[in-house]
Structures are given as structure tokens and as C-alpha cells.
Design a protein around this ligand. Structure first.
Ligand code: CMC
Length: 353
């Protein structure tokens, strides 16, 4: 898919289980383009947030608020409503993400342009300003499209399980997606791409790599090499190779000055992969190791990295929710707790404790 497809086609596949025909693809693409605008009332949220609010905080809050705007088509039992929900999430998330970014940098909100494809439109909303024309770089759009394909779904990761768990109560799907966004924010999950760049900034220079690798290996030091290791991939994360190659292409084509950081990342990868500790524990670069470098090269700030992950993953969340809700035997999620505390304790009045 990464080699041949587009994010929109992959989104169709996730939602419908088959790749679309040309007609189906054109219709789906059109539908997504037609849903990119937000209800104007939702824009007032951005006036209320502090200018320095983290975009993930705004994303989860505004996505949660979608249930207040689109509640007439939110009946989980209605398959047509389930489709409309999936289309709205996919189409409006870039608009919400870009609005959060514009608030952070004090620029006016830029409306979507439906003549542009998904990633071109996102770049337009992030970087265009009313005062002058903005030219979209095709390499930038191609890189985003690849990253979104590679992030689109990944079985029962923490945020997807959260979406399923929240949705299993019958809660409306926008609330379930907002819960997933919150789960994604953590540094052990989607927040890792932001943490990788912070770590590379801290390392600063190739001469310091040894010190940081030693810290990662020290059991008494909580530091971990961010962008390394995965709960499922214990041999290699296949996404990391594709992203590293795209990172190279972006650096070359855009002639970015971030190349020293890319070189630092490659050297860190090389050293870690030869280290006994990382070999023994099967720790390899994961999807997040190089994605942040691409985002940075495209001019996307670190605080937006996890938001970009959320944009790609949103279709996976929507597809999981739809699959779960369509199952008539579905039950509320309720992990069993194994209690290991004391068997019985007497109540002691507060003045006697
Ligand atoms: N650096 C140093 N040591 C590590 C690292 C790391 N990045 N990751 C795992 N280890 C060690 C860990 O200390 C443990 O050692 P020991 O057995 O001696 O106690 C061993 O490897 C196994 O670690 P674990 O935490 O039991 O493994 P896990 O499968 O529960 O954790 C992980 C997976 C991704 C949370 C973890 O590898 C990690 O924290 N990585 C850094 C954060 C990161 O890059 N996250 C993005 C994951 S990919 C995108 C996504 O799915 O969201």
C-alpha cells in the first residue's frame, strides 16, 4: 500500500474491507472533500483556548465537541449515520488540527480548499496566509501521504483499544475518538515522535551519543531511547525503513538545514543496533524514530507531531469503532480486576485513625 496507494484509498480499504474501484474511489474522495468545513460555531472554541494550549489538548476537546454539533446523525444503530461519522472524522480532523496550529502561532484560520487533495489541503490550511499565495510542495504532500498510510491502523494499540472501550458503552463515536486522541498523546504511544526530536535536540552532537546510550541501558536511570522498541515488533518495525527512506528524500529535495539532525539520528540508530543491550532486548527503531524528522523538515513544529499521528490514525479508529458497533453480539468492555489486597478491613472512625 505504501508503494502503490494513497491515504484516501487506504482509508476506503479500512472502512470497507476492499480496495475501491475507480468510480468508488472518486466518489469517496469527493465525499471527504465535501465534509472538510467545520460548523462556524466550532471556530469559537479556538477563541477560548489560551494561545499556547497544546494542539493535542485542543484536538481532543474540539473532536469531543463534534457530538454537540452533529448529534442528529449520530445513531450508532444506523449504518448510514456510522458512514457519515467516519467521513466527518476523516474530513474535519485536518481542519481542526490546522486551526489549533494557527491559534498557536497567532495567524488567521485558513478555510479548507476542496480542489486540493487530502494532504495538499492540510498543508494549505497549515501554511497559507491570507496576505500572499502559498505554493504547495508536491514532495511535502507525498511525504505526509506516506506517513498517514503507515499510521492509519495498527491492531489493538493503546488508542485504538481506548476508542473501542469507550465506544463499547454505546457512547457517541466522537467521544470515543476524543478518548483515543487523549490516549495517543502519551510519550509511550503517539507522543514518542515529539519525544524523539526533544531527545535528539538534547543529544545535540554525535560525540554525545555514547553518553545517552549508556543512560538508556542504566537500570537506575528512567531514560529510554525514544523511537526505539515496540510492544509487537520484536524483530523490526517495517514502517521505520519506509519512513527513513522518505526522510532521506525530503531532506534532499527540500534542501533542508536539518540534515545534521538526520545524520545524528542515523548514527544513533547505527550505534544502538550494534549494542549488545539493544540486540539482546530486540530493540529496533520504530515508526516514530524518523517521522518527527520529516515533520520538522516540512516546517511542522514539534508540538504538532502527535496531532499528525492522530490524523493518520483517525481512520483506523473510525473503522474499529464501526466494526465493533456493527457486531450485534457486542458487549460493554469490562476488564476483569484481580484483587490482591486484604480480605476484610474494619471501618475506623476518622478521629481514631
Ligand atoms: N530504550 C531503552 N530500553 C528499552 C527501551 C528503550 N526505548 N524500550 C524497552 N527497553 C527495555 C526495558 O527497559 C525493558 O528492559 P528490562 O527487561 O531489563 O526491564 C525491556 O527493554 C522491555 O521493555 P518493555 O517496556 O517491557 O517493553 P514493552 O513492549 O512493554 O514497551 C515500548 C514497548 C514502545 C513502550 C518501549 O519500547 C518504549 O518505551 N519505547 C520508547 C517509546 C517509544 O518509542 N514509543 C513508540 C512506540 S511505536 C508507536 C506507537 O505504537 O505508538
Amino acid at each position: 500500500l505504501a508503494a502503490h496507494s494513497s491515504f484516501i484509498e487506504v482509508a476506503y480499504l479500512l472502512l470497507n474491507a476492499e480496495l475501491p474501484t475507480a468510480t468508488e474511489l472518486a466518489k469517496f474522495d469527493d465525499t471527504i472533500r465535501m465534509h472538510t468545513m467545520l460548523n462556524e460555531g466550532m471556530l469559537s472554541f479556538f477563541k477560548g483556548f489560551r494561545y499556547d494550549a497544546h494542539p493535542m489538548a485542543m484536538l481532543s476537546a474540539v473532536v469531543g465537541s463534534m457530538s454537540a454539533y452533529y448529534h442528529e446523525e449520530m445513531d450508532a444503530a444506523n449504518p448510514v449515520h456510522r458512514d457519515i461519522f467516519a467521513h466527518r472524522i476523516l474530513a474535519k480532523l485536518p481542519t481542526i488540527a490546522a486551526a489549533a496550529y494557527k491559534l498557536n502561532i497567532g495567524q488567521p484560520f485558513i478555510y479548507p480548499r476542496n480542489d486540493l487533495n487530502y494532504c495538499e489541503n492540510l498543508l494549505h490550511m497549515l501554511f497559507a496566509v491570507p496576505a500572499e499565495p502559498y505554493e504547495i510542495d508536491p514532495v511535502a504532500a507525498e511525504a505526509l501521504d506516506l506517513l498517514f498510510i503507515l499510521h492509519a491502523d495498527h491492531e489493538q494499540n493503546c488508542s485504538t483499544s481506548t476508542v473501542r472501550m469507550a465506544g463499547s458503552s454505546g457512547a457517541n463515536p466522537y467521544s470515543a475518538i476524543a478518548a483515543g486522541i487523549s490516549a495517543l498523546w502519551g510519550p509511550a504511544h503517539g507522543g514518542a515522535n515529539e519525544a524523539v526530536l526533544k531527545m535528539l535536540d538534547d543529544i545535540g552532537d554525535v560525540s554525545q551519543i555514547g553518553k545517552y546510550v549508556d543512560k538508556a541501558k542504566d537500570r537506575n536511570d528512567p531514560f529510554r531511547l525514544m523511537g526505539f522498541g515496540h510492544r509487537v515488533y520484536k524483530n523490526f518495525d517495517p514502517r521505520a525503513t519506509l519512513i527513513r527512506d522518505m526522510c532521506h528524500k525530503v531532506m534532499e529535495k527540500l534542501d533542508r538545514k536539518d540534515t545534521p539532525m538526520f545524520d545524528l539520528a542515523r548514527e544513533l540508530e547505527r550505534i544502538a543496533l550494534q549494542d549488545e543491550y539493544f540486540i539482546e532486548k530486540n530493540l529496533y527503531p520504530n515508526v516514530d524514530f524518523y517521522s518527527g524528522l520529516i515533520y520538522r523538515a516540512l516546517g511542522i513544529p514539534t508540538s504538532m507531531f502527535t496531532v499528525m499521528f492522530a490524523l493518520g490514525r483517525s481512520v483506523g479508529w473510525a473503522a474499529h469503532w464501526r466494526e465493533m458497533i456493527a457486531d450485534s453480539n457486542g458487549k460493554i468492555s469490562r476488564p476483569r480486576q484481580l484483587y490482591t489486597g486484604p480480605v476484610a478491613r474494619d471501618y475506623i472512625p476518622v478521629n481514631k485513625r
